[in-house]
Design a protein around this ligand. Structure first.
Ligand code: SF4
Length: 307
């Protein structure tokens, strides 16, 4: 199983190499907006299908084969990375291999457990999610494992905010008519104050979601909400503006790898490859003809997805 992907240009993490430590699609949540697909294995039990040695070996091999100027190494998963029982060790070992800051993306659901919180502290930046201002919306949006509660999520996020170590950038994903009313935004604000993150990343649905009713919040509304939450808040929805540093020879497997992890627009893929749109679209057409990827539209945009 391939565990390293990219580098990909990311709006908040620059030029970032991904380390995928959880198999598809294993998660403690089954979010209605998830771009990876429905959760097949909803669990809170440790999952060690992907072996630590294999991850590190692949990363080492990739970094030595092509020295890259990276902004971050981003640990995530085709699901929830804090389910990996060796997460702490993986983060520590990555630090030895690569002198690049390490970011960890997590849904935050297990941070209330002491052993999980301890593991994530080895990252330089932790990017947890908060998509609900109350228990009801938590159930509607995140569809958590039955044993998880909203109070545990908040407790874990507050503990993370207080812990010494990583910078905390809280991601809040807003959905039209579900968690974006003025009262709900005020509700989020109260928890954000308690969590006290360094940054608040305001996001909405930009790629095809699992549930068609998970609709994006319009730009104007996002801008209003950003103002409400003050200078720490920034909108991260929308394509990355970062420039890919080097043109590389496009390889079909790189495109397939990228879209297997999340649906991408032609612009995303062009930027990833360091090519123009005119050069990229014929490559994508070829892959569709070969039945290696598919095309679908969402919110008036076209997306390519792996098969
Ligand atoms: S969005 Fe993240 S937390 Fe939610 S189901 Fe998908 S992988 Fe899990």
């Amino acid at each position: 199983m391939k565990t390293i992907f990219g580098p990909v240009p990311s709006r908040r993490l620059g030029f970032s190499l991904g380390v995928d430590i959880i198999p598809y699609k294993t998660c403690s949540f089954d979010c209605i907006y998830c771009e990876l697909g429905k959760t097949d294995c909803k669990t809170i039990e440790p999952v060690e299908v992907i072996q630590t040695e294999a991850v590190l070996k692949e990363l080492e091999g990739m970094l030595s084969a092509s020295p890259l100027t990276l902004d971050y190494i981003t640990v995530s998963g085709s699901g929830e990375p804090t389910l990996h029982p060796q997460l702490g060790l993986i983060l520590q070992e990555i630090r030895k291999i690569a002198r690049v800051p390490i970011a960890l993306l997590t849904n935050g659901s297990l941070l209330f457990k002491e052993e999980v919180l301890e593991r994530v502290l080895a990252a330089d930046v932790v990017v947890p999610s908060l998509d609900a201002p109350d228990r009801k919306v938590f159930q509607t949006v995140n569809r958590p494992h039955p044993s998880l509660t909203f109070d545990q999520l908040i407790d874990g996020l507050i503990k993370l905010g207080k812990a010494k170590g990583p910078r905390v950038w809280l991601e809040v994903l807003l959905l039209r008519g579900i968690n974006d009313t003025p009262e709900q935004i005020e509700g989020f604000g109260k928890y954000i104050k308690k969590i006290n993150p360094e940054k608040i990343h305001l996001n909405t649905v930009v790629r095809p979601p699992v549930e068609s009713y998970a609709a994006p919040v319009p730009d104007d509304r996002l801008k209003e909400i950003r103002k409400t939450w003050g200078p720490r808040a920034e909108i991260i929805a929308g394509p990355s503006q970062d420039k890919v540093q080097a043109k590389r020879i496009p390889e079909e497997s790189k495109i397939c790898d990228l879209v297997a992890r999340r649906p991408c627009t032609a612009e995303d893929i062009a930027q990833f490859l360091g090519l123009s749109l005119e050069e990229t679209v014929p490559l994508l057409d070829r892959l569709i003809q070969k039945k290696k990827i598919t095309y679908e539209s969402f919110n008036q945009q076209g997306f390519y997805r792996g098969l």
